[in-house]
Design a protein around this ligand. Structure first.
Ligand SMILES: Cc1cc2nc3c(=O)[nH]c(=O)nc-3n(C[C@H](O)[C@H](O)[C@H](O)COP(=O)(O)OP(=O)(O)OC[C@H]3O[C@@H](n4cnc5c(N)ncnc54)[C@H](O)[C@@H]3O)c2cc1C
Ligand SMILES: *[C@@H]1O[C@H](CO)[C@@H](O)[C@H](O)[C@H]1NC(C)=O
Ligand SMILES: *[C@@H]1O[C@H](CO)[C@@H](O)[C@H](O)[C@H]1NC(C)=O
Ligand SMILES: *[C@@H]1O[C@H](CO)[C@@H](O)[C@H](O)[C@H]1NC(C)=O
Ligand SMILES: *[C@@H]1O[C@H](CO)[C@@H](O)[C@H](O)[C@H]1NC(C)=O
Ligand SMILES: *[C@@H]1O[C@H](CO)[C@@H](O)[C@H](O)[C@H]1NC(C)=O
Ligand SMILES: *[C@@H]1O[C@H](CO)[C@@H](O)[C@H](O)[C@H]1NC(C)=O
Ligand SMILES: *[C@@H]1O[C@H](CO)[C@@H](O)[C@H](O)[C@H]1NC(C)=O
Ligand SMILES: *[C@@H]1O[C@H](CO)[C@@H](O)[C@H](O)[C@H]1NC(C)=O
Ligand SMILES: *[C@@H]1O[C@H](CO)[C@@H](O)[C@H](O)[C@H]1NC(C)=O
Ligand SMILES: *[C@@H]1O[C@H](CO)[C@@H](O)[C@H](O)[C@H]1NC(C)=O
Length: 614
């Protein structure tokens, strides 16, 4: 038996801000001393003994396989972690006959199921349940069957770096699948996985503020926050506001700030003035696939630091904290308005589309003025609603905002479209954000989403503008919902953010839905038509542009180009070097092409084995 090698990497770490206490708590050889050598090997750093797969099936070791760890071994992992291991129970299992049946609890959870706050303390919930496989949704039929589906088998409720190292070592040494879940907001199910051990980062809630940052490799001397991986947007916004500061975070309230959001880029109501969230990062702490805990910054592991800022989550390791710039808070004005066609409206379809077309003329000038707008076109029975929710004008007065909107509103009046905007000035970013953005509905059960980053030239070149307009209109006419943002996240930072973002003035999402009783074939047809039909038209009018990986299509064609652009080769090289055994895998992540989830019904989801296809 080879000796188990422990490397004292902690001493090599030179954090730019002090490590959090939970980061100082790392796995030590003494933690495993009392184990037999064969047990200790399951939790050790010995990367050379990595089991990559169940070699018969070429898949990650799966529940039911003879190589699946025995209960005694799971119990050992639980013990070593100080009882932080949670065996998965789907939250909605109380709606089904069985040991957890509880009709009262079922009624409660059913009424709150689409509220993201309700799910935040759940270790396994995935907010895009299509990718879980819909095997245990709330139901009024207790005779129906609830199974784990694409939920992981176990979650490690981590409160130290040692927990993360234990989980990574264990997954690596046993050949089982490893996933990372923070809030579960991922659009493509990347925070779930059947038969996996999940690293659940939600409880890493530390926040540290420094009024003046001082570290080599950056000229930033303003305020900064060091933020634990589990901190959510609404939490950091509040703390920042308490210091009269603001940070670049999402519009969505419950999204994490320091997990998948920032690793994938992260757009924000402040993006047209400050860039993406990834552009604000000064330093990060991360546990790598070989369980080394390191700092990535401008001066430490700079290549990794480059990749972590935009190259996507669940790829290079588990980030435990990020340090980001903070800015003095600014006032903002927001405006919300809507109009619709339909029986109770005098707006014709032709005027509806002329009104939208008129808006597109202002996209470049609005982002140049710092605007971030969030708007919807919702089709229903061949009628349409336009909803602006909101037009967000950072650092603008009421008058400045009205002046920006007024040329478009003049056109609307000319088309006989009465708009009654609710326009309000707020003294701080936090007040403006909390009063103006909706809490999005989650747990939509029969829907798939895709997106496109439309470049500025699409709005400046008249013929491209016409093509862009018609591409969007045709999707709406086919009944697809549009959710879009007018923003321009420019930055001079050299990082792995999809280069398409730098040219963007519109990030547009489209989604297709299907009937709850649709057959697998019908769903498959609807999804194909969506991804390769409607979305192809969007791609055709924006050749060479891309798509935002944080809000993308799980089956995006040529995802390497779409999500990562010209950065893909460099990112892949780094991934292969740091994670040769593919301990980390997520759909459409860098290096993911060698594996595939073979789902039980063949539809794209996490409900099946992850197998080698390379
Ligand atoms: C309602 C809603 C609102 C949204 N609003 C915005 C918005 O305003 N701006 C925006 O840009 N995006 C937004 N998004 C998209 C969001 O940024 C992505 O879904 C993002 O991946 C969420 O990250 P998370 O860590 O919160 O979620 P999770 O689903 O838990 O994780 C997402 C991915 O990151 C990985 N991951 C998570 N934490 C870590 C970690 N510590 N280390 C390594 N990998 C990790 C996971 O494995 C997974 O692959 C929104 C999504 C929803 C559903
Ligand atoms: C792993 O194997 C490589 C090559 O065989 C060797 O150089 C390295 O020292 C080994 N590492 C450990 C930790 O045993
Ligand atoms: C490999 O997978 C097969 C199912 O495909 C299973 O029957 C077998 O037990 C697995 N082998 C091991 C060693 O786990
Ligand atoms: C259901 O919700 C109500 C109100 O939130 C609470 O008082 C009650 O205890 C809940 N019941 C169960 C079984 O959780
Ligand atoms: C569940 O199934 C049993 C047996 O088929 C049946 O008697 C019962 O009425 C069903 N319950 C409900 C709530 O449908
Ligand atoms: C997870 O651990 C934290 C302590 O870090 C604890 O407060 C929380 O209740 C645990 N959550 C679950 C679901 O076990
Ligand atoms: C906000 O506006 C004021 C006054 O116009 C200006 O001085 C300041 O630089 C602006 N701040 C930002 C962050 O744009
Ligand atoms: C903005 O203010 C100026 C003078 O203060 C006024 O003339 C103008 O009408 C205002 N613009 C709007 C759109 O209200
Ligand atoms: C629709 O009705 C509103 C008044 O409710 C009016 O202002 C507008 O001009 C009308 N539009 C058309 C196209 O008739
Ligand atoms: C605008 O695009 C539509 C659809 O692609 C096309 O039919 C029309 O001819 C174009 N108009 C102009 C002026 O280019
Ligand atoms: C789904 O339900 C609708 C009526 O609600 C029905 O017309 C359709 O045939 C059903 N489809 C399938 C596949 O059962």
């Amino acid at each position: 038996m080879k000796p188990i090698v422990f490397l004292n990497w902690a001493s090599a770490v030179l954090a730019t801000l002090p490590l959090f206490d939970f980061e100082r708590h790392q796995l030590q050889s003494s933690d495993l001393q009392h184990l037999s050598p064969s047990d200790a090997a399951l939790f050790s750093y010995d990367i050379n003994s990595t089991r990559r797969t169940n070699r018969t099936s070429n898949c990650k070791v799966f529940p039911g396989d003879s190589a699946w760890p025995r209960p005694r071994i799971w119990n050992l992992l639980d013990e070593l972690s100080g009882r932080a291991l949670i065996a998965s129970t789907p939250r909605a299992s109380s709606c089904y006959y069985g040991p957890t049946y509880n009709p009262e609890d079922c009624k409660n959870l059913t009424s709150q199921w689409t509220d993201s706050y309700f799910h935040m303390d759940d270790p396994i919930e995935m907010l895009s349940p299509v990718y879980q496989g819909l095997t245990c949704q709330p139901t009024t039929d207790p005779n129906a069957t609830c199974t784990l589906g694409g939920y992981p088998a176990y979650a490690m409720n981590v409160s130290s770096v040692a927990h993360i190292q234990l989980a990574i070592n264990f997954a690596r040494q046993t050949g089982i699948r490893l996933i990372v879940k923070n809030t579960g907001h991922d659009f493509s199910g990347k925070s779930g996985g059947a038969g996996a051990l999940s690293i659940w980062t939600h409880n890493l809630k530390n926040i540290h503020c420094t009024p003046t940052y001082d570290a080599p490799g950056t000229t930033w001397t303003g305020a900064a926050f060091k933020i634990g991986a589990g901190v959510q947007v609404h939490e950091i916004y509040k703390v920042a506001d308490d210091h009269n500061l603001m940070v670049v975070g999402g519009e969505g309230q419950t999204v994490g700030i320091a997990g998948g959001y920032i690793l994938g880029g992260g757009h924000s109501p402040l993006s047209s003035i400050h860039g993406l969230a990834a552009d604000q990062v000064l330093s990060m702490e991360i546990v790598l696939p070989d369980s080394r805990f390191v700092t990535a910054s401008f001066t430490q592991n700079p290549n990794l630091f480059w990749a972590l800022r935009g190259g996507g989550g669940s790829t290079f390791g588990v980030v435990t904290s990020v340090t980001v710039k903070a800015f003095p808070t600014i006032p903002a004005t927001t405006s919300t308005f809507t109009w619709s066609t339909g029986p109770s409206s005098n707006i014709t379809h032709s005027n509806f589309w002329a009104a939208f077309r008129a808006y597109l003329d202002h996209f470049p000038s609005h982002v140049d003025a710092g605007i971030y707008s969030y708007f919807f076109i919702i089709p229903s029975n061949n009628e349409y609603t336009f909803l602006m929710q909101p037009f967000f004008a950072p650092n603008k007065t009421l008058n400045q905002t009205q002046t920006l909107l007024s040329p478009w509103f003049t056109r609307l009046h000319g088309l006989g479209i009465p708009v009654s905007p609710k326009t309000q000035y707020f003294p701080t970013f936090h007040k403006a954000w909390s009063a103006s953005f909706p809490l999005e509905i989650v747990e939509k059960t029969h829907v798939a989403t895709a997106s496109r980053l439309f470049p500025r030239t699409n709005f400046e070149n008249p013929s491209l503008l016409n093509d862009t307009f018609h591409a969007i209109k045709s999707s709406s006419e086919a009944g697809l919902t549009l959710i879009a943002f007018n923003m321009a996240p420019r930055s001079t930072e050299d990082n792995a953010v999809n280069p398409a973002w730098r040219k963007t003035v519109m990030h547009a999402l489209s989604s297709v839905d299907w009937a709850p009783n649709a057959t697998v074939q019908e769903i498959s047809d609807a999804r194909s038509k969506f991804t390769f039909g409607h979305m192809q038209r969007w791609r055709d009018v924006s050749p060479g542009a891309g798509s935002y990986l944080g809000e993308g299509d799980r089956v995006e064609p040529d995802f390497q180009q779409s999500f990562y652009g010209g950065h893909y080769a460099r990112l892949l090289d780094l991934k292969r070097g740091l994670d040769p055994g593919d301990v980390f895998w997520a759909a459409a992540a860098v290096g993911s092409e060698r594996w595939r989830v073979f789902s039980v019904d063949g539809l794209p989801s996490e409900n099946g084995r992850l197998c080698w296809v390379g």
